[in-house]
Write a protein that binds this ligand. Structure first.
Ligand code: MET
Length: 404
């Protein structure tokens, strides 16, 4: 295992995490596409199962290609260890359920990705885990949600899809003060733009489907934390529930990570320009992007977050029907959920990513029916803006005809 420390994350993305399991010195990481590993003897197999001898057993329990991905992302987040998972939701479920049991209480942000909300709101109730959904911009509300059985606090920042920014320093300190396990989903910014570990956060999650992989061809997740906590996850929820990543998917993410730094830079530059264009357009109402001075999260830029990332949301001056018409007119932007790909993606959270919420729950979470989310891709920004502009013009013309 490489012990070398690199001073810059760009270099970490490319070089960190080498396991040394590379007998021919291949430049690219070898892909160990195998379900199982052959033991030299029955005694060796028994010793590996007993944890008395290091070495691989079976890919659900670990794999050398996956290990390189885990070590790389742990190094990027500045944490000891990581566990890669089959999907982002695999990471959310394995990380939370490893530490929560019947009778425990979880404080969760009231606005989070739709399936994280569904897991906490629908599934946890079935297992006797109590959840309070809280507006985490309101620190008093967090304090008031605390109960004697509270074990964990869970949030995303910026929030999917409202782009609300939460104060990681407060969350980290609050969790320490009350001996809670703090969990932050860092998917939107990646460790290149935000490092929750700097604020004492215990577990950091990613949907690796998104920016870490970056090419829209994988679903995967990863959990980052201390060796102790990651070991507990690997020996319980990950081993026994089995949301294990495929080695091939781990290999693709290792390849994608090599360009994470340059991709994030371009995503941020493009998103900033798109946000400014939308903010100035008469057909657009509110734009939600922390890179805009008008956004309450702007004060965190250059502090908690290096930049605002590649996702933005906005409301049109128009009806839900106008919004659907507008999205349908986009030609370059693909109408698809997910984010962090080279392709710009546009979607309607209320009916897509956040449809597990009821209309009332969405309203409480601040996700309006008119909200539209864009993952700004790596195309030339003028082409992205031109596509949005033509779709907005068509929508405005249709609105005019409707009035006449
Ligand atoms: C199945 S819906 C979405 C996937 C992804 N988490 C997103 O926010 O786009």
């Amino acid at each position: 295992m490489s012990k070398q420390q690199y001073s810059h994350p760009d270099t970490v993305c490319i070089h960190a995490g080498k396991t040394g399991l590379n007998p021919h010195g291949a430049l690219a990481t070898p892909l160990y596409q195998t379900s199982t590993f052959v033991f030299d003897s029955a005694e060796q197999g028994a010793a590996r199962f007993a944890g008395e001898e290091p070495g691989y057993i079976y890919t659900r329990l670990g794999n050398p290609t996956t290990r390189e991905l885990e070590l790389k992302v742990a190094a990027l987040e500045g944490m000891e260890d990581a566990a890669a998972t089959a999907t982002g939701m695999g990471a959310v479920a394995a990380a939370t359920m490893a530490f929560l049991q019947q009778g425990d209480h979880l404080i969760a942000s009231k606005a989070i990705y739709g399936c994280s909300f569904a897991l906490f709101n629908h599934q946890f109730a079935r297992y006797g885990i109590e959840v309070s959904f809280v507006d985490m911009t309101d620190h008093n509300a967090i304090k008031q949600a605390l109960k004697p059985n509270t074990q964990m606090i869970f949030a995303e920042t910026p929030i999917n899809p409202t782009l609300t920014v939460l104060d990681l320093e407060f969350i980290g300190q609050f969790a320490k003060q009350h001996q809670l396990i703090s969990v932050i989903d860092n998917t939107f910014l990646t460790p290149l733009l935000q490092k929750p570990a700097d604020y004492g956060i215990d577990l950091i999650l990613h949907s690796a489907t998104k920016y870490l992989n970056g090419h829209g061809d994988v679903v995967a997740g990863i959990i980052v934390g201390s060796t102790e906590r990651i070991t507990q996850i690997k020996l319980t929820t990950l081993k026994d529930m089995g949301a294990t990543i495929s080695p091939h998917d781990a290999w693709l993410i290792i390849r994608g990570l090599k360009t994470l730094s340059v991709r994030m830079e371009r995503h941020c530059q493009n998103a900033q320009k798109v946000a400014e264009f939308l903010e100035a357009h008469p057909a657009i109402g509110q734009v939600y992007y922390p890179g805009l001075k008008s956004h309450p999260g702007y004060k965190f830029i250059g502090k908690q977050m290096k930049a605002a990332g590649g996702v933005l949301a906005f409301e049109l001056n128009g009806s839900l029907d106008d919004g659907r018409y507008f999205i349908n007119q986009c030609k370059l932007l693909s109408l698809a959920v997910s984010l962090g790909d080279a392709e710009s993606l546009i979607q309607h959270p209320a009916s897509m990513t956040h449809s597990p919420y009821t209309a009332e729950e969405r309203q409480m979470a601040g996700i309006s029916d008119g909200l539209i989310r864009i993952s700004v891709g790596l195309e030339h920004v003028e082409d992205i803006i031109a596509d949005l502009k033509q779709a907005l013009t068509l929508m405005q013309q249709r609105q005019q005809i409707a009035i006449v």
